[in-house]
Design a protein. Sequence first.
Length: 376
Amino acid sequence: MLDTEIFGSELKKLGFTFYSGVPCSFLKDIINYAINDCEYIAAANEGDAVAIAAGAFIGGKKAVVLMQNSGLTNAVSPLTSLNYPFNLPVLGFVSLRGEEGISDQPQHELMGQITTKMLETMKIKYEYLSCNAEEAKRQLARANDCIEKNQPFFFVVKKGTFKKEALGKQEQVSTLYIHKKLKFKNDQLPSRFEALHIINSLKDRQTVQLATTGKTGRELYEIEDACNNLYMVGSMGCIGSLGLGLALTRRDKDIVVIDGDGSLLMRMGSLATNGYYHPENMLHILLDNNAYDSTGCQSTVSNNVNFVDIAAACGYTNSIYVHNLEELETYIKAWKKEKKLTFIYIKISKGSKENLGRPKIKPYEVKERLKVFING
Ligand SMILES: Cc1ncc(C[n+]2csc(CCOP(=O)(O)OP(=O)(O)O)c2C)c(N)n1
């Protein structure tokens, strides 16, 4: 068995001090270590954890994700369409429930057979974590080499690998919204392009703009291809989690997350995580056109959802319904003046700019450029 504290301190020596994940009983001791001794962000699902870790990496921290193998399935979208195209590394620990030859619950049987095959399919290097301390140290060095080359690396963890680590006292934060503003008049329904124009015109040298996948990123790129922009491709719904990881690691930057209704609906649990950790330097703007506009304008179910109430109930300090571009500008400026985790909701019209292009710059170039901006 590995002494969990010694193994954790080896991770620390290599610079891994930021963790995110969803628990598994096989990993409970290393999770307890992360909660007790490091920064641990409890994600709503394993895909969010991967995106949070990716944001932390952009912010300059080496990040670890912890998950049960059943949750590896939840993480496939960001691992394949965020980490891969953006060359974003992550050190993963995935448990091996359902290991062949060991009795386990029926829901783990198939996943136990395909966990390493899934990692291979996703082109992620992995090793079974050794129970021998010296060997595990050598494995960590190999994993770290991968991370330094911007490649993900996973450890597959069998039952009984880690020695008992007691869970220390866990702080329970209770975040309550302070300011909520609901709809009280007609909506102007500007276009997405007009809304993005306003948002972009208010950015300064502190600002990082993260645009959700699809036409939001593409339109922002057409407005201005700036070194402090990131245009998400794929990993739909992960933009808020990416923003959380970045905002928590870089308190000196103002992180503006620009989301779509379809995207947010896909991973709405992330609102609870954002509200709980409530970084003051994060502004989350939802452009709601009630449609998956990027894929042919099919309706979403957003007309039935009160996002302002939900964000407030999740612990966003401010949650504001804005009816028009003027109010959008006013409330972005207000956040700039007095930073608090803020959610701004605006209804926009359907449709997009004609002949809309796609970013000519590659995702990994966008990420490298953003890292230079952040660390400059
Ligand atoms: C996991 C996943 N499912 C589906 C898609 C395809 N897809 C790309 S953009 C998009 C629509 C996004 O809708 P929304 O966030 O409301 O933004 P809009 O297109 O309306 O600007 C969809 C479904 C995807 N990229 N990833």
